[in-house]
Ligand binder design. Structure first.
Ligand SMILES: [Zn+2]
Length: 163
């Protein structure tokens, strides 16, 4: 009877018992390494200076699995409002004005500044008491906004009636 070479034996055993035995690395370890690699790539892309998400980068600290999981628990209306407010892709006047869909970009609540996400979430004086009620402070800087939960942002957005 002809004997198998060590490589032929390894291929035969790996076919019977799975690839992990052949490679000497468990499937779980390969998945964990791939997940870490994808997270590093995502973070590098987020921090890239040539990124086009100017407003999102101003108000979102970066990729966050917990926030992603929370957003997945939202219904369509909730997620649209929260994501729109954080990314600037929403129905606020500044964005509509840029797209040529609104005559003026000024805030509907105070009328003094452009109606942007940063203005609504942090600066608008007409929304100060509502902001204090839902977000815990009368005025917020972008650094403070990055620390907020998406649930609080949704509640605030709903309260404003703007989105
Ligand atoms: Zn305002």
């Amino acid at each position: 009877m002809k004997s198998l070479t060590s490589l032929q034996g390894a291929v035969l055993v790996s076919g019977l018992l799975g690839l992990s035995l052949f490679l000497g690395v468990s499937r779980q370890n390969i998945r964990r390494k791939m997940k870490c690699w994808m997270q590093r790539q995502h973070l590098a892309l987020w921090r890239s200076p040539c990124g086009t998400q100017r407003q999102a980068q101003e108000l979102i600290s970066g990729p966050n699995l917990a926030t992603g999981a929370r957003l997945l628990s939202f219904n369509r209306t909730q997620s649209r409002a929260a994501i729109g407010l954080l990314t600037g892709h929403n129905t606020l006047r500044r964005h509509l004005h840029v797209m040529g869909l609104s005559n003026k970009p000024t805030c509907r609540k105070c009328g003094t500044e452009e109606e942007t996400s940063a203005h609504i979430l942090g600066k608008c004086e007409a929304l100060a008491s509502l902001r204090h009620r839902y977000l815990g402070s009368f005025f917020l800087d972008p650094e403070d906004i990055r620390m907020l939960g998406v649930g609080a942002i949704w509640n605030f957005a709903k309260g404003t009636g703007l989105l």
